[in-house]
Design a protein around this ligand. Structure first.
Ligand SMILES: [Zn+2]
Length: 373
């Protein structure tokens, strides 16, 4: 049998090969069911079959390979990318799943490459995993894209799937800064988004004395400072003002109205809610979306990391992942691989071959002891 390091090299090579399936020459861009996804499916199908899996594409374009019979562990991640992406976000988790099956594990496994996670094409994320857990696809445009790709629009999670495991690059700097190859995800953060409004009075920038102004942007700027200060005092909290719209938005007019967004995340929903109240106090705000934190089943994975000879570093995922959706139905676990330089959603996104080998060693241990819940 190939060593973990040999397999890791092949995993990286396959990720680079799939990166050539793109909508935009010279850049990696592969959105939901776009034409290059046909080639992705054909390559992934070949590798899955070579590893001994029975392969099919479900009604929303998730490619699925089944190894063995009866109750099984699902290993997956996504096949789509953001525009001008790197080669590893998502796809790496699918390639690692296939490599683990090629080692002929003692349990049955289903490897899934989700058709959509990033939400680029229709502004709706997690289309592949959401369809799999039975959430209806409401957007008409999504249903039309599915039909245009030649698919029926339905996916089901078989009763035999009893657990979920996802390998994913960290997409952040924490593991790299600690010089660790792997991180065990304990929970995926909850997040809330708000629209915040600041009102002033628009007026002439030349004739209105400074002491007679109500400048909405100055008020918003002070508030942004407060967002930063508050978030820094609460461990584990991240809060971001990512978007501002200034009205009327002219160089010679005092800003009369500012619309701002607030994105706030924490692993503990109560802490997040309290921090949001504190930050939003005294502003005019409206809640746009809210997703509670999702705990993972990290015990067996942490044990596998230890058994494979690596340090167990437990961490929170600050980004959403397919594991968060699957966790609605089955116990889900997630392992992060170090992102060199913390870079992701960028062509310089990378992964170390040794870290992929470490993830394979951990995955092999995990499968050796996995039992259906
Ligand atoms: Zn991803």
């Amino acid at each position: 049998m190939a060593s973990f390091l040999q397999q890791a090299r092949e995993v990286v090579r396959r990720c680079r090969r799939l990166a050539r399936c793109t909508e935009e020459p010279g850049r990696i861009t592969r959105t939901f069911l776009s034409p290059p996804m046909h080639e992705v499916h054909s390559l992934v199908r070949g590798w899955m079959e070579e590893a001994g899996m029975r392969v099919g594409v479900d009604g929303v374009g998730n490619i699925r390979g089944v190894y063995g019979e009866g109750p099984r562990l699902m290993i997956g991640s996504h096949l789509d990318t953001v525009p001008n992406a790197g080669a590893f976000d998502g796809i790496l988790g699918v390639m690692i799943g296939i490599a683990l099956v090629a080692r002929r594990p003692p349990c049955a496994v289903e490897v899934v490459g989700f058709s959509e996670e990033e939400g680029v094409r229709f502004g709706v994320p997690f289309i592949g995993s959401r369809a799999l857990v039975g959430r209806p696809l409401k957007a008409l445009a999504v249903r039309e894209a599915i039909r245009a790709f030649g698919l029926a629009g339905k996916a089901t999670l078989p009763r035999d799937v009893k657990g979920y495991l996802e390998f994913h690059i960290e997409q952040g700097p924490v593991l790299d800064s600690k010089n660790l190859p792997l991180g065990v995800v304990e929970s995926i953060v909850g997040q809330a988004r708000y629209d915040v409004r600041f009102e002033g009075s628009g007026n002439h920038a030349g004739t209105t004395p400074m002491n007679m102004r109500r400048d909405a942007l100055v008020e918003a700027a002070q508030w942004i400072g407060l967002v930063q200060q508050t978030a820094r005092t609460i461990p584990g909290l991240v809060a971001t003002v990512g978007k501002l719209r200034v009205e009327p938005g002219a160089a010679n007019v005092i800003p009369g109205l500012v619309h701002a967004t607030l994105d706030i995340r924490h692993a503990d929903d109560a802490i997040r809610d309290r921090a949001a109240q504190q930050i939003l106090k005294g502003t005019q705000w409206e809640e746009r979306s809210k997703q509670d934190a999702v705990p993972t089943h990290s015990g067996a994975l942490a044990a596998a990391v230890k058994a494979a000879g690596y340090r167990v570093h437990r961490m929170v995922s600050g980004a959403g992942h397919d594991a968060m959706i699957l966790a609605e139905k089955v116990p889900a676990a997630m392992l992060f691989l170090r992102s060199p330089g913390g870079i992701s959603h960028h062509p310089d996104e990378a992964v170390r071959v040794e870290d992929v080998a470490a993830a394979l060693a951990v995955g092999a241990r995990y499968l050796d002891t996995w039992r259906p819940a």
